[in-house]
Design a protein around this ligand. Structure first.
Ligand code: HEM
Length: 382
């Protein structure tokens, strides 16, 4: 979308907020206004509120704001869905590969395991799948590269970890799965872009080739730098940290980000980086011994330092510490040294969700439609 139209769409009040967020600078006047704003009391078990239409006010904790209006966002997301399918067709034809995921096309492997809650987890985190009552649930985790075609693991790229928790009752936002809760993360604390508009600009530039993608990033230094740092080739999928990037509810009254780290922080793997699929071979070897990751939650502590709508702002751990809540334990197992249809056909989306973890923010609102478009074109099977 070209800038002039976007400015009109955003409106003056949200624009002011966004500019403030981008610079990460918040004046004492901001804080005085925030302090004056009466806190909203929200029942943790309520259905999360819909986003608010931007108004002449400072942002509030745990509150989403439309980038424009509900109607303009709906039109925008329909257009992004069309564009994703166009990118899928383009990737298939240019790389002589079948129609596959719009992003994260290459699976390294899918591992079975369990989500085991930490009995000492912070009481503020005990909602949804982290609530008391069921301490262990079955999961499947898919490890992937970032781009929407299969390429050598040594190439510049993001890496993904998605895990699906089974046996989760409750209202769902998507019709295709009724008993799951998905968590999607990449090895960068922020996605490329403050919102889905910038993310899609990057996606379109990247599909034109590496040079165009890098030009985009060069022109968006503030949003891209943090994400780019992490796109180099990695040693292993099991020694990486992964972040949700986008924000989720944790109970209707709180906004959080999720992340993972290896359970053993001293874990080092140094595989020979020989061949296009060295990450898959390393993951298969690691799986033989078992893989363990700790799941963390970061609570929103400040609407400016830890924003919801501007996904390019890192939630610093000095502003909001990471709180360990569970372990993702993948016991010793054999995984095939080639991609399997069962792993490739899984469908992950942050909107496979119960209300207690409802995704928040523009980048996540777009994903509700875009993932479904990608999945319907590639023919995923739950
Ligand atoms: C908030 C940051 C984001 C994170 C952490 C993230 C992470 C991921 C991960 C891990 C996957 C692979 C899931 C799997 O294993 O099947 C994935 C797939 C995908 N992502 Fe994202 N993503 C983000 C933002 C976005 C945005 C903004 C868009 C587009 C507007 C997008 C579009 C897609 C698509 C189309 C797929 C493939 C869906 C499918 O066919 O299954 N993502 N993402």
């Amino acid at each position: 979308m070209e800038p002039k139209r976007r400015l009109r769409l955003v409106g003056p009040s949200l624009l002011a907020v966004v500019i403030g967020l981008a610079s990460c600078a918040h004046s004492s006047a901001d804080h005085a206004r925030l302090a004056a704003r009466p806190g909203k009391v929200v029942d943790p078990n309520a259905e999360p509120a819909e986003p608010e239409v931007p108004h002449d006010d400072t942002p509030a904790m745990n509150t989403e704001y439309f980038l424009g209006t509900a109607e303009s966002e709906a039109a925008q997301f329909a257009e992004f869905s069309r564009q994703i399918q166009e990118l899928q067709r383009k990737a298939a034809s240019e790389h002589s590969q079948p129609l596959q995921r719009g992003f994260h096309a290459k699976s390294h492997a899918c591992l079975d395991g369990e989500l085991r809650l930490d009995p000492r987890r912070d009481p503020r985190t005990r909602f949804g799948v982290l609530a008391e009552g069921q301490e262990t649930r079955r999961i499947v985790a898919r490890f992937s590269n970032g781009v929407g075609w299969k390429q050598a693991d040594g190439e510049l790229d993001a890496r993904g970890l998605a895990f699906k928790v089974f046996g989760v009752p409750g209202t769902k936002y998507m019709a295709d799965e009724q008993d799951t809760q998905d968590f999607l993360m990449t090895n960068s604390p922020t996605p490329v872009g403050r919102d889905a508009v910038e993310f899609m600009e990057f996606a379109r530039a990247n599909a034109k080739g590496r040079v165009a993608g890098l030009f985009f990033l060069a022109g968006h230094a503030s949003t891209a730098a943090k994400a780019l740092v992490r796109t180099n080739a990695v040693d292993s999928m099991v020694t990486e940290r992964y972040w949700s990037g986008g924000v989720h509810h944790l109970g209707a009254h709180q906004a959080v980000k999720f992340s993972t780290r290896p359970c053993d922080l001293r874990l080092v793997r140094e595989p020979a980086r020989d061949g296009d699929d060295y990450l898959r071979r390393d993951l298969a070897l690691a799986a033989k011994e078992g893989v363990c990751m700790t799941l963390y939650v970061q609570l929103q502590t400040d609407p400016v330092k830890t924003p919801i709508e501007n996904s390019s702002v890192v939630w610093e751990e000095t502003d909001s510490p990471i709180l360990p809540v569970a372990r993702i334990v993948m016991p010793p197992q054999d995984v095939p040294l080639a991609a399997t249809a069962a792993c490739d056909q899984l469908a992950f989306t942050p909107w496979h969700s119960i209300p207690a973890h409802k995704p928040m923010g523009h980048i996540n609102r777009a994903r509700r439609f875009v993932y479904a478009a990608s999945q319907s074109l590639r023919g995923s099977k739950p």
